[in-house]
Design a protein around this ligand. Sequence first.
Ligand SMILES: Nc1ncnc2c1ncn2[C@@H]1O[C@H](COP(=O)(O)OP(=O)(O)OP(=O)(O)O)[C@@H](O)[C@H]1O
Ligand SMILES: [Mg+2]
Length: 333
Amino acid sequence: MQRDETSDRETVLAVSGLRKSFPVARSWFGRHRKSLRAVDDVDLSIRRGETLGLVGESGSGKSTLARLCLKLIEPTAGQIRLFGEPIERLSPRAMRPLRRNLQMVFQDPFASLNPRLPIGRILAEPLRNFRIAQGADLARRVEALLARVGLPADVVNRRAHEFSGGQRQRIGIARALAPEPKLIVLDEPVSALDVSVQAQVLNLLSTLQDQAGYSYLFVSHDLAVVRHISHRVAVMYLGRIVEIGPVESIFSTPRHPYTEALLAAVPDPAGRQRGGTRRRGPRLRGEIPSPINPPSGCAFRTRCPLATQRCVEERPALLGSGDHAVACHLRQA
Ligand SMILES: Nc1ncnc2c1ncn2[C@@H]1O[C@H](COP(=O)(O)OP(=O)(O)OP(=O)(O)O)[C@@H](O)[C@H]1O
Ligand SMILES: [Mg+2]
């Protein structure tokens, strides 16, 4: 991870030293105002046409990191570069023309699609806002968007509640594609769908990426899904990236005990589908600690079967060779 990724021309988005703290209510006896570090010193980059999968248990900071990358929330510290240009300090107004490049797909498309508006209007809105199309061209563009996500043109007059979950997610994807973005952040986009529908939506996302070279930041707690779609995978624990690498090496030779434990928890069918057997390894013990009072040193040490005194005292840096890096004192060769 020593390569200067921010200057790589193929890099769409790069963040470094990224932090987000949220204030938390002060207890009646507390003297200091406490804060919760949801994202803590994260470095990562996403290249053109690449899917970076982001995994971790609930509360590990995936959604917060996803929102920071799109500047939907402001970072507490750190840098965010879009095509090499720093954007972390840009005002909402200055961000406006850049927004076109950055789109988001949510877990629950129903919650994010206005139920009063027909689909045609929902898809026309970004085209109009970003001055991509108007008049007769608008209808043509909307139709083309629907075709790209595998929906017939006659759905334009129907409303979101008339569609199945999978169809609604296709509409959510079409809306994200409307301004021809460079990066699409997808936060648990298939988690609410049946497994068979999940596969269809994942295949659609891959096809769209092959056609148009979109970069995806794909957030999921489901490792089988992440394995299916990602080129690289980042594993998050208590606000930090603990391991990052190409999808094959993360799944074949995980190095962080947390990654091993996550993989060991993947149910049998996922292993069999891919011709593998279920992995033997440590099972994840206990709950993820509170980010208000994270453990000293390595945040994972309270649940780690390998932890030593050094893990209590010293926070491991994310280090590695080539593309695969790990933050673990015991697994850094
Ligand atoms: N607006 C906020 N105010 C205070 N705390 C927040 C806020 N948003 C998130 N958090 C806290 O930050 C931590 C990370 O939350 P986040 O939603 O990013 O996790 P996540 O990995 O996306 O989890 P999940 O898998 O459940 O979606 C959690 O402890 C959460 O309670
Ligand atoms: Mg989340």
